[in-house]
Each structure stands twice: as structure tokens, then as C-alpha cells.
Design a protein. Structure first.
Length: 90
């Protein structure tokens, strides 16, 4: 079975924790200092990958390099991600 046919956005939104009970999950990236450009680099890399994937002729070697760069940046940034749950008051 080819996993590329699945909609990864929907799969990525699957949660075992009920939002109604425990609240909405929100994640923030907290930069290390004023010179930390990790978030910008990640966004730029994702934009570049999107452009490459949207092009007619795809260079799979470049795509692999970009995906690895994104993975490395996310791993590096994971130490600075704050995750909270906010429950709406009704």
C-alpha cells in the first residue's frame, strides 16, 4: 500500500486527548536569544521545499537534502518548544 496517498494533515491532527475535556493544545517556539533565527530558517526551508515539490521537474536529491535539513532544524528547536493546553470556559 502506498502511504503517499493518505492526507498527512488529517493524520497529524489525530489526538487521543479530548479537547473538550482537557482543552486546545497550543505550541510556541521560544527563541534562545535575540539572535536566534532557527524559526526563520525552518520557515524558509519549508517554503523552499514547497516550491521544489510544486515544480514540474523534481530533483529528488535536493528534496532529500531539504527534508533532512527540516528534520534537523525541528529536532534542534524541540528543546525550545513550550506546549500548553487551554480550555475554553463556557
Amino acid at each position: 500500500m502506498n502511504l503517499k496517498i493518505y492526507n498527512y494533515n488529517k493524520i497529524g491532527q489525530f489526538h487521543l486527548i479530548d479537547k473538550g475535556i482537557f482543552g486546545e493544545e497550543i505550541q510556541y517556539y521560544v527563541s534562545k536569544n535575540s539572535e536566534d533565527e532557527s524559526f526563520k530558517l525552518l520557515n524558509d526551508s519549508i517554503d523552499e521545499l514547497s516550491i521544489i515539490l510544486g515544480s514540474y521537474k523534481k530533483d529528488w536529491d535536493v528534496i532529500k537534502i531539504k527534508k533532512n535539513r527540516i528534520k534537523t532544524l525541528r529536532k534542534k528547536m524541540s528543546e525550545n518548544i513550550v506546549q500548553i493546553r487551554l480550555k475554553k470556559i463556557r
